[in-house]
Design a binder for this molecule. Sequence first.
Ligand SMILES: Nc1ncnc2c1ncn2[C@@H]1O[C@H](COP(=O)(O)OP(=O)(O)OP(=O)(O)O)[C@@H](O)[C@H]1O
Ligand SMILES: [Mg+2]
Length: 180
Amino acid sequence: MMEELSLHILDIVENSINAKATKVDIEIDVDKRENLVIIKVTDNGKGMDDKTLENVRDPFFTTKTTRKVGLGVSFLDEIAELTGGSLDIESNLGIGTTIQLKLPFDHPDRPPLGDIISTLITLLATNPQVWIIYRETRNGKTWEFDSKEVEGLLGDYTWLGKIKEVLYNSYKEFTGGELI
Ligand SMILES: Nc1ncnc2c1ncn2[C@@H]1O[C@H](COP(=O)(O)OP(=O)(O)OP(=O)(O)O)[C@@H](O)[C@H]1O
Ligand SMILES: [Mg+2]
């Protein structure tokens, strides 16, 4: 199992992109008072039919034709189970999918959030055509990144390096360097 939530988020957004989403919203809510970390990913992709939705948590289920296992969602289910959290999946054919993972903040088996900026940069670099909005709230304060703000710059790798630097700095100002 991967040790950082940011890598699981990358996986979940890649599912959205595989499902032809043109817009993906990533929302993180860290509420220490409620002892919760909530991760919610909403896409406007093709959605899942009933059979897919029923089986999506099964590690041996995938609709990919290139392989026999589909691990992305099953890992989230496992983390939820391990920590006494929950995983909710809502999907409507032709409309999109929302995946919400709720974890107890202080559980020793809750993976750290990890390098979320690196996840965002990877997504921007590999899928510049997809509109990505990232919003993180920590105890009432919110930090947001909207890929529309950097649209048009993404084809150029020298710009990508600058975007990376700006995002790292701005995010660090938001978190105060606190790793969660
Ligand atoms: N956001 C989504 N929209 C539509 N279908 C989805 C979405 N997320 C998952 N699915 C469906 O659920 C299946 C299982 O997803 P999962 O991430 O667990 O495995 P995978 O993507 O098939 O393989 P892997 O993630 O291991 O590369 C996918 O093959 C796809 O059919
Ligand atoms: Mg997947």
